[in-house]
Design a protein around this ligand. Structure first.
Ligand SMILES: [Fe+2]
Length: 162
């Protein structure tokens, strides 16, 4: 399990053009802030704050947020490869989330729900929400983030295994 108290580090980007000290947010589109906020808070467990008429921040566990922008019917559905990941602390919590998603599909206008499966030690499933955005609910025994960055590049720039 990722220890959120150690989620801050000093970046080694002295040689880049931009020298940010933190990656602060991403964005996504929604049809209705009111409806999406309900889903984010009641189902996904995200904390939301509507800081603008057309936008709100959503966060969980660390000081990184997704800025959700209301675009009405101009909302563009994503593919499963454009998804946001939420970590839960047990295998059972993934199963519970999956069963709940199936049960609450109509209530929250959930679209596709994939079956939970194991990939590279990650146990997870995906769902597309009322706006066509994908969420992955996952469990990993450890921290995916720390393991990936601690290990470093496994493949070179051409995609060949090192
Ligand atoms: Fe993922």
């Amino acid at each position: 399990m990722l220890d959120a108290t150690t989620a801050v580090f000093t970046p080694t980007n002295q040689n880049s053009v931009v020298k940010p000290y933190i990656l602060s947010h991403g964005t996504l589109e929604c049809r209705s802030l009111r409806d999406s906020r309900k889903f984010y808070e009641e189902f996904l467990g995200l904390e939301c704050v509507r800081h603008a008429q057309q936008a709100m921040h959503a966060r969980c566990g660390i000081k990184f947020s997704i800025v959700c922008v209301e675009v009405g019917d101009k909302v563009r559905p994503m593919s499963v490869l454009n998804h946001w990941g939420l970590e839960v602390d047990t295998h059972e919590a993934v199963d519970f989330a999956y069963e709940s998603a199936v049960k609450m599909k109509e209530t929250y206008k959930i679209g596709e729900i994939t079956k939970p499966s194991n990939r590279h030690g990650i146990y997870s499933f995906y769902l597309s929400d009322l706006d066509g955005n994908y969420w992955e609910i996952e469990y990993y025994d450890g921290s995916v983030h720390e393991d990936a960055f601690d290990f470093g590049d496994r493949f070179d720039n051409e995609g060949a295994a090192k």
